[in-house]
Every structure is written in structure tokens, then in C-alpha cells.
Write a protein that binds this ligand. Structure first.
Ligand code: SAH
Length: 345
């Protein structure tokens, strides 16, 4: 079995290659090829001898994703990638182009075991975790394909990042390494359905990334109806973890709140959300739920979304409505991969 060379930090790569009798500058060269020049084979590492390239190839593999399909939105330039992993599984990633730069939304697992009722990514459960290199390579392949710099990364695609914690942290450290793409920690957001222990652990990693909590309901009872994870953690435990995160990192958390018509968009819901958000100084991101064909949920009408937003703003909550990007290209969570699984593409 070959070892995943792209998941090593520079320091670890040093140790690895020293073990093979190589000088230190070799690991810097290899790391540069992998994380800056973004090559996908040892053959491309032209400042290494053929012998050395062969030796590395015998011992290591380079995780490289292949774009199976790329769809581009005619509305806003959003691009959706369906990537094939080395073992034949598929994940999807999205590139969103904003005025302030390019943002990539990546997947952290193949499938998901969290079971949120409105989400397409969880329909077939969890297949496996992604390695740090597979998370990185979604961004690397998109940079190469577009020849554009990626400045923001959101871990909001398929999967629950806090259910793949160690790989997630390693991925963040590699992505923000100045010897690699050097993306600013402040431009990284990790979204979780709320696994309390790991939210707290994240607070202690000494990172300045943004933590987003998928809240979606303001009462435990209602939340349990939408998200099975709510059977394990109460909203008060979640709020405590959010406070802890803010205290440790100085970073405000974001609440994601997908508005589902007649389910969580009432006056009482708005009032409850105001209370929770002011309690922990959270920013609120409203998302009209994106209906998936497997479920009955419908989105809150646009007017009602605006009214909901107004209520929050009147109470001085910092609130945004997530701009819907790429609606014409299955822009929403997990739908492209689902189509592939069902054999529809
Ligand atoms: N597992 C993580 C990250 C992936 S989901 C989490 O739960 O946060 C990214 C966000 O999209 C979450 O807030 C999730 O609840 C939301 N989401 C999933 N399916 C959706 C849908 N059909 N419509 C609107 N939001 C959805």
C-alpha cells in the first residue's frame, strides 16, 4: 500500500524523506510541487532525477481528483464540479465568483451520516471520510482548471466536517501554510450540524477560522424533527459551545438558518432566533430551503423571507440572506452527486 504524500505537513515530509536518505531541500522541492505548483504526478517534478521520481512513486501516491463533469451557471458564473476520487467514489464542489474574490465550497466526506431531513447529501448515508489531501485537491483542481486564485473556502459541501475532525484540522493547516496556497485562516468557514465536543476542540486549535452552526430551529423539539443530531445535543449546550468558541478565538459564530415554509418561519421562530443570536453575538445567515425531490419541504416565499430578515434587523441582529447561486445547475447540496448515484448523468 502506497502512502498519501499530499497529507504530510512540510515538517513530516522532511522526516519522511530524510528517512529515505534525502537532503532537506528535497522535501521543500517536493512540497512546492504538490502544494504550490499543484502537480498530479511525480513525473512532472522536473528538478528531481528520474531515479528519485521513480523511488517516490514506488512508495507514495498523489491524491488527484478528476473532474467527471463541470457545469457552469449562465446566471452568475458559478461552477459545479463532480470529482471522481482515486477509488471511484464521487464528491462535489462549487466555485462561486464574488466581487471580493473566488470562494470554493468543498465536501468533507463521501456521503454523510447525520440524516438531516431536508438534505440530499445524507440520503445514502456515509461511505467514507475524505483524506486531507482529497479535501485540498478539490481546491487545487479548481485553481488549475480556472487559472484563478481561490481566496475563500467554505466547508459546507457534502459531509459533516466535525465527524472527520483530525483530517479537517490537518487540511486547514495545509491550506493555510505559507509554503502552500497560503489561504488566510480568516477566509475559511467550517459549517457543522453541531457536534458539541468537537466545536469546543476546534476553539482550542488556535485557528482564526469562522465556525458556522446549522441551527435551523430555535426549540429542541422542532430541531429534533429536522435534524437527528438534536437528539444528542440540546440548543443550550450548542449555545454554550458557541460562547466558548467566541471567548477562545474572538471570532463570532454564524448561525445558518434554512427557512422551511410553515415549519420554522413563524413569528415565534423569529423571536426565538433573536434571543439566541443576541445571546452569543452570532451573525445569522438565512437560506430559503432548497427543496429536494425526496422530501416534502417547501421554501418560505421571498416576501416572507424579507419580513423574517426585517424582524431580526430591528433587534439589531447582523443578518444576511444567502444569495442563491447556480440555481440552474443543481447548485444545492449534494444534488449533482445524487444524480450520478442514481445513474441520471
Ligand atoms: N454538515 C455540515 C455542513 C454541510 S451542509 C452542516 O450541517 O452544517 C451545509 C449547510 O446547508 C447546512 O447548514 C445545511 O443544513 C444546509 N442544507 C442542507 N440541505 C439544504 C437544503 N436542501 N436547503 C437549504 N439548506 C440546506
Amino acid at each position: 500500500m502506497k502512502t498519501d504524500i499530499k497529507s504530510f505537513t512540510l515538517e513530516e515530509l522532511n522526516t519522511e524523506l530524510e528517512g529515505l536518505g534525502l537532503k532537506k531541500f528535497r522535501s521543500t522541492q517536493v512540497y512546492d510541487w504538490l502544494h504550490k505548483k499543484l502537480v498530479v504526478s511525480f513525473d512532472e517534478m522536473s528538478n528531481l532525477s528520474k531515479d528519485l521520481r521513480e523511488k517516490l512513486d514506488e512508495k507514495y501516491y498523489i491524491a488527484a481528483l478528476e473532474a467527471e463533469t463541470i457545469q457552469e451557471s449562465k446566471l452568475d458564473g458559478t461552477k459545479k464540479y463532480l470529482f471522481r476520487l482515486n477509488d471511484g467514489h464521487y464528491v462535489e464542489s462549487v466555485l462561486m465568483r464574488y466581487k471580493h474574490g473566488n470562494s470554493v465550497c468543498i465536501s468533507s466526506q463521501v456521503g454523510c451520516r447525520m440524516g438531516c431531513r431536508f438534505c440530499a447529501s445524507t440520503l445514502d448515508g456515509l461511505t467514507r471520510n475524505l483524506t486531507p489531501s482529497e479535501m485540498l485537491d478539490q481546491i487545487y483542481r479548481i485553481s488549475v482548471e480556472t487559472e484563478e486564485r481561490v481566496s475563500n473556502v467554505v466547508v459546507m459541501g457534502t459531509g459533516e466536517p466535525m465527524d472527520n475532525y483530525d483530517n479537517l484540522i490537518r487540511f486547514i493547516r495545509l491550506l493555510t501554510d505559507r509554503n502552500g496556497l497560503n489561504i488566510s485562516q480568516r477566509n475559511i468557514t467550517v459549517s457543522t450540524c453541531g457536534i458539541v465536543e468537537n466545536m469546543k476542540r476546534l476553539a482550542e486549535e488556535n485557528l482564526s477560522i469562522t465556525l458556522a452552526l446549522s441551527l435551523h430551529s430555535v426549540t429542541d423539539e422542532k430541531r429534533r424533527g429536522l435534524m437527528p443530531i438534536a437528539n444528542k445535543y440540546s440548543i443550550s449546550e450548542l449555545m454554550e459551545a458557541c460562547k466558548y468558541y467566541f471567548d477562545k478565538t474572538g471570532r463570532r459564530v454564524t448561525f445558518e438558518y434554512s427557512l422551511v415554509r410553515d415549519v420554522n418561519d413563524t413569528e415565534a421562530d423569529a423571536a426565538g432566533l433573536i434571543k439566541l443570536a443576541s445571546g452569543v453575538g452570532a451573525h445569522v445567515n438565512l437560506i430559503p430551503v432548497n427543496p429536494i425531490k425526496e422530501r416534502e419541504y417547501r421554501e418560505t416565499e421571498h416576501e416572507a423571507v424579507l419580513a423574517f430578515k426585517n424582524k431580526l434587523e430591528k433587534s439589531r441582529i447582523n443578518v444576511t440572506i444567502r444569495r442563491e447561486m447556480g440555481r440552474d445547475i443543481d447548485g444545492a447540496c449534494g444534488q449533482l452527486r445524487q444524480k450520478k448515484i442514481e445513474g441520471n448523468i
